[in-house]
Write a protein that binds this ligand. Sequence first.
Ligand code: FMN
Length: 218
Amino acid sequence: MMTRREAHRTVLSGAILAAAPGLAQAAALPIIDLPAPQTSGGKPLMQAIAERRSVRSFAPRPLPGEILSNLLWAAYGINRPASGDRTAPSWRHFIALEIHLATAEGVWRYEPKAHRLLPQRPGDIRAATGSQDFVAQAPLNLIYVADGERMDDTPAAERQLYARVDAAFIGQNVYLFAASAGLATVFRGALNAGKLGQILSLPPSQFVTFAQSVGYPA
Ligand SMILES: Cc1cc2nc3c(=O)[nH]c(=O)nc-3n(C[C@H](O)[C@H](O)[C@H](O)COP(=O)(O)O)c2cc1C
């Protein structure tokens, strides 16, 4: 259910929409303030590693807010607030990766500092996040988007390589969180990155690396 703050933001979104039609797509969705993540507990690390696996069959049930909050924090949240550093390492500390979330309602982008979701576009684009049928059924598809501009003085091929390495570390965090929380997940490279980038209206400096489906096992 929407909190009062979120409802207020939805009203604000409507106001922005009227003032600037170009923002119409993103403005139709609310900003979602995630609950504070639970940063302790879960299964012991060795048990989570023992249970880590790829699962490609998902129940339609969406993830509760608390689980989504914990998942995103584990994936690439801030674990050292003084510096803003993250739960996954990043090549040369560029922190070039962003996580987009494709759900049945629309697409959001995770903003780790405020631990919230910023609307990107409404509509169900899940089927376009990969070439396998199950991606349309998974309640959540994470899309790992790199911003090449943050990797300055780096040749394009290396930007591609290291962005993908960064995404893989995030993906492993998601795998381990999923194992701990009893969720199903699979990291995915079988996708049309160019087409998906267009659907996400990514600026020229940004590109899709991998995606990862998450949900409850079917
Ligand atoms: C870079 C990379 C890309 C992958 N792409 C896909 C994919 O597009 N679709 C898929 O179903 N699984 C994908 N996987 C998952 C692998 O198929 C899976 O990890 C492998 O079969 C081993 O199974 P496990 O994860 O259960 O140990 C990918 C894994 C990696 C590391």
